[in-house]
Design a protein around this ligand. Structure first.
Ligand code: MN
Length: 253
């Protein structure tokens, strides 16, 4: 089994090492192609206005001067000796739950894989306010990664779907299991914009990620993580809201 790994936190991200450990439990044919710098929050951006440079760091290990989507594109079209069976993106440092995924470079790298017709899985380690539940930020992902990955490698999944996995910010022995759940919803309307002044006296703005109010609807990824489970959410790329299609069609009829 040929596996391509990427990580939107960059080629040197600790979470990429964790992902490589998980992947090596299933295969020795591992390829890595990741952005050279952190690209969190870049979503599904594709670099079109400047060139992308490729750097080789070792056998089957490459970085690109671009986005997570660029990294997957380069991995598939330039770097690898043939298409992978699986693309794994992560393990991201920080949650990608509910509508976080619309900003997520981690999930978008998996979306790029799904668009290419390849089984693709995004993995994220939830962190708490202090950054970690234990000394090892990725303890939960390390301990539960192989267990969660097994079924994801051979369960039949339709084309243009991908899977989003989140590990709770808990010590491994306090995790209660794995739940397949739907995508929840965050209320981001209270996100903060922090104003400051740079050393030359000019204002700057920095988007804050403060605690988000949300209702933990039953059966969602938010609820599963809150209750101490690893969440597994299959996602589809068809964003059409089918229930509204008929009504809009009639208005234009
Ligand atoms: Mn990230």
């Amino acid at each position: 089994m040929k596996i391509l790994l990427t990580n939107d936190d960059g080629i040197h991200a600790p979470g990429l090492e964790v992902l490589e450990e998980i992947a090596r439990a299933f295969s020795d044919d591992i390829w890595i192609c990741a952005p050279d710098e952190e690209q969190s929050g870049m979503g599904h951006a594709l670099t079109l206005t400047r060139p992308v440079r490729l750097r080789k760091h070792g056998e089957r290990r490459f970085s690109v001067t671009g986005t997570p989507t660029d990294a997957v594109t380069m991995g598939l079209r330039q770097v690898m000796d043939g298409p992978p069976d699986v693309i794994l993106s992560g393990v991201n440092r920080g949650a990608n739950l509910a509508d976080d995924i619309t900003y997520s470079g981690t999930v978008s790298a998996a979306i790029e894989g799904a668009l290419a017709g390849i089984r693709s899985i995004a993995l994220s380690q939830v962190t708490n306010k202090e950054g970690a539940a234990t000394d090892d930020t990725f303890e939960a992902a390390r301990a539960w990664g192989e267990k969660v990955m097994g079924p994801l490698l051979d369960t039949p999944l339709p084309k243009r779907t991908l899977v989003n996995v989140n590990f709770p910010a808990l010590p491994a022995d306090r995790i209660r299991g794995i739940r397949a759940v739907r995508q929840g919803f965050h209320d981001y309307s209270r996100g903060t914009v922090v104003e400051g002044r740079d050393p030359r006296g000019f204002k700057y703005y920095w988007f804050g990620l403060q605690a988000i109010e949300h209702t933990l609807d039953h059966g969602t990824d938010l609820e599963a993580i809150n209750e101490g489970f690893v969440s597994v959410t299959p996602l589809q790329l068809d964003l059409t809201h089918h229930a509204s299609l008929g009504e809009l069609g009639e208005r234009y009829g």
